[in-house]
Design a protein around this ligand. Structure first.
Ligand code: ZN
Length: 492
């Protein structure tokens, strides 16, 4: 047994238990790599393709904005909403939409130009060399490859996030401010930014360290190991984020005793939802956009409601919003989404080995030829610089997959909309599910809550279908109201 454990730890090639499954997996993955063998030989101008493809995506997104833009000039809301939205609110939401669309168009082009310039002038290779030189000055040589890799990632992140800072300043203090949503002070904005960077550093350092260690250890058979690692990290984050990170930005306090608390507790217990804590969050500290969500482990869950939602809606309406949220729990939607994202990660990892030993890819992104050759000569366990450079290059290569990613996101949104629809139906059917007459009007209540949320958030009323398919994870308000109405009718 001990011997087996030792072997298990020593090398993934000697893992005995699921060996046949692993061998099958690796033989399939090898086939994929062989299919993509041209990547390591052909002198393809990858940089050029990345430029062309990323520009195509930016232009497509701009085209979507141009499809959506004229809808902000409509003077009447859709018939289904006419009774619920005042003329002044409608006008304000149209203006807000127009301003946001103009901003999105500008920032899309700005970011694309920036990316393009950085890519063109070999920013990635420069950052790698810069980190190496900086470390050498402090007496750290090439043997500290993981440290250099982590430094490289931070330098990349820091340098590429600075130029987009003015965009978030404008969005918060000009755009959101104009429509009364911004509650952030400049001091809070800077504190949030620094806190965000600090947390990023604290989380990313061990993540990258472990990621690169596994990579190094598993050699060409890294796919299942890195998959398991990424999944474990995601699961840990699900627990850590709301308990450790969110409280650094917002205050969660127990929801006050009273009608709302009673309603939610009773709903949770009827549905056997393992509710441990019920919180109110001071979302209004930064923004007056509102929401509600749940988190936790399968046997112990916590519900969080934004103070803005509580202020804007009646207790019975907030209860209906929670009924919808518990529908997501009932149908295991978060778990299903996680499973889908694993398939996505797997696909990306499966394509990765082909790019890992591909000197032409590194060369086309301006990494020195000698290093590329080194990577090629050590095919079994390539040196880390090559690995990391490949990792980041592959990230760039993901841009080659960007059109595919666009389809993935449309597909994910379609799934998510289906889940929203299911959760809405769940709320409407609670009356029968729980044999509780008091829940007969759940659909109406949810409808009213959605309208209030929509109107208060000045959300877009008229939506172009293609724009919506690409950008929205939720059905439009009109679609949801129609759905709720049909679920109610079916019951009668
Ligand atoms: Zn939902």
């Amino acid at each position: 047994m001990r011997e087996q454990t030792r072997k298990w730890l020593c090398c993934p090639r000697h893992v005995s238990f699921p060996a046949h499954i692993m061998d099958f997996l690796h033989s399939q993955l090898n086939k994929v790599t062989q299919q993509l063998a041209f990547v390591s030989v052909d002198p393809i101008d990858w940089k050029f393709y990345v430029q062309v493809i990323s520009w195509t995506v930016t232009l497509f997104e701009s085209y979507l904005l141009l499809r959506q833009y004229p809808l902000y000039s409509k003077t009447e809301p859709p018939a289904a909403l006419a009774a619920h939205i005042s003329a002044s609110d409608f006008e304000k939401s149209q203006k807000y939409g127009k301003d946001k669309a103009k901003f999105a168009l500008f920032s899309g082009f700005y970011k694309q130009c920036l990316d393009s310039v950085l890519l063109h002038y070999g920013f990635y290779a420069w950052s790698w060399d810069f980190t190496g030189r900086a470390m050498a000055r402090f007496g750290y040589g090439v043997e500290y490859q993981i440290t250099q890799s982590i430094g490289f990632v931070f330098l990349l992140f820091f340098l590429s996030s600075l130029p987009t800072l003015p965009l978030s300043v404008y969005s918060t203090f000009v755009l959101e401010e104009k429509y009364g949503f911004n509650k952030t002070s400049p001091g809070l904005f800077v504190a949030d930014l620094l806190k965000g960077w600090a947390i990023g550093a604290v989380l990313l350092t061990p993540f990258l360290w472990a990621f690169l260690r596994i990579f190094n250890w598993a050699g060409d058979r890294f796919v299942p190991w890195l998959m398991a690692f990424v999944l474990a990290f995601q699961l840990i984050m699900v627990i850590i984020y709301p308990m450790v990170i969110q409280p650094l930005f917002n205050k969660l306090s127990p929801l006050a005793e009273g009608e709302l608390r009673n309603r939610i507790e009773s709903l949770a217990s009827k549905l056997k939802f393992p509710l441990t804590h019920l919180y109110e969050i001071d979302g209004s500290k930064r923004s007056s956009h509102s929401n509600a969500y749940f988190f936790g482990l399968p046997w112990s869950k916590h519900i969080v409601i934004f103070d803005t939602l509580i202020q804007q809606s009646q207790p019975e309406e907030v209860e209906a919003v929670l009924a919808h949220e518990l529908g997501h729990w009932y149908y295991l939607h978060p778990t299903k989404m996680l499973a889908i994202s694993q398939i996505h990660v797997f696909t990306i990892f499966a394509l990765f080995p082909a790019f890992l030993h591909a000197p032409p890819v590194l060369a086309s992104f301006d990494f020195p030829q000698s290093r590329c050759r080194t990577a090629a000569h050590h095919r079994r366990v390539p040196p880390l610089p090559g690995q990391l450079a490949s990792t980041l290059t592959f990230e760039r290569d993901l841009m080659i997959l960007t059109p595919l990613e666009a389809f993935v996101s449309i597909g994910m949104h379609a799934v998510s909309r289906h889940f929203e629809w299911q959760a809405d139906r769940f709320a409407c059917e609670l009356q029968e599910k729980l044999s509780d007459e008091k829940m007969s009007d759940m659909g109406d209540r949810l409808g009213r809550a959605l309208i209030t949320l929509h109107v208060k958030n000045l959300s877009t009323v008229w939506v172009d279908w293609l724009y919506s398919a690409y950008h929205h994870s939720h059905p439009t308000l009109t679609e949801r109201l129609k759905g709720l109405e049909s679920f109610q009718k079916k019951k009668l």
